[in-house]
Design a protein around this ligand. Structure first.
Ligand code: GLP
Length: 250
């Protein structure tokens, strides 16, 4: 695993955007697995800036997003489809039909999940999967649990995730209680994984995930078993990891 330590959020976002743009430049028709949350906003801004400068094109790129709230329409301001349009897709030359986000209003959520698994396979798998990490170690919406959710599935959100994500909604009551999410197997089958994590509040979890036992109680810990993971973090998020003796590069 490669670990890059960056001075702050801006530097972290630039480094992560550099790694994604390298992927797109080397393989223009690659399949990018994309993530939402507050963390990737800065790296999407950076990709948009490089696209506007003419340094980057997404004309052939395909994307699959990790997850979506169940019950939210794609046009809902807190849906992940809306997030992706607002922060990335509306500002670059990607073809809308090449962008894929689970449908939170699917009449049959199980069928939607099965179709998403087929879609990922039909696209040839994910070349580079971007991941953030929840405070409880969740990746996508794979919550701490007694077992790893393998493929795309319906998730009951944990109380701590509902708490963490209520900042995006007018009230806690409005946060959906369920989501559709890629599973650990979908994520682990990606050829390369890029984890981006910032802030002192994630430092303990980052340390636990990357130095502790591999357990479904800390879903991100499974990434220790992936052969090609790059972790990009700011100083605060990597502080405990460094205290534990893990070496990082600048
Ligand atoms: C959500 C998303 C995750 C994301 C996590 C962390 O729950 N489903 O994919 O990694 O939030 O978000 P943030 O970057 O806002 O801390």
């Amino acid at each position: 695993m490669r670990i890059y330590e960056c001075a702050d959020y801006h530097a972290m976002s630039r480094r992560a955007a550099n790694l994604i743009s390298a992927q797109v430049i080397l393989q223009p028709d690659c399949v990018l697995g994309l993530a939402t949350g507050a963390t990737p906003v800065g790296l999407y801004d950076q990709l948009v800036e490089w696209y506007r400068k003419g340094d980057l094109s997404f004309a052939e790129t395909r994307t699959v997003n990790l997850d979506e709230y169940l019950g939210l329409a794609p046009t809902h301001r807190q849906s992940y489809r809306y997030f992706m349009q607002k922060h990335l897709f509306d500002h670059i030359d990607i073809k809308l039909e090449n962008t894929h986000v689970l449908n939170g209003l699917a009449p049959d959520p199980q069928a939607e999940c099965a179709a998403y698994n087929r879609l990922i396979r039909d696209l040839g798998g994910i070349d580079l999967q971007l991941l953030g990490m929840g405070h409880n170690g969740h990746i996508a919406f794979n919550e701490p649990s007694d077992n790893f959710g393998l493929e795309t599935h319906v998730v009951n959100l944990s109380e701590s995730t509902i708490d963490a994500n209520q900042r995006f909604f007018a009230s806690r009551e409005e946060v959906p209680r369920q989501a559709l999410s890629m599973g650990i197997k979908n994520i682990m089958h990606a050829r390369r994984i890029l984890v981006v994590v910032g802030g002192a509040d994630k430092a303990d979890m980052v340390c636990k995930a990357f130095t502790g036992p591999v357990t479904s109680q800390v879903p991100a810990s499974v990434l220790q078993l992936h052969p090609d993971v790059t972790l990009v973090g700011d100083r605060a998020a990597l502080s405990r990891l460094k205290e534990a003796g893990v070496s990082v590069c600048g």
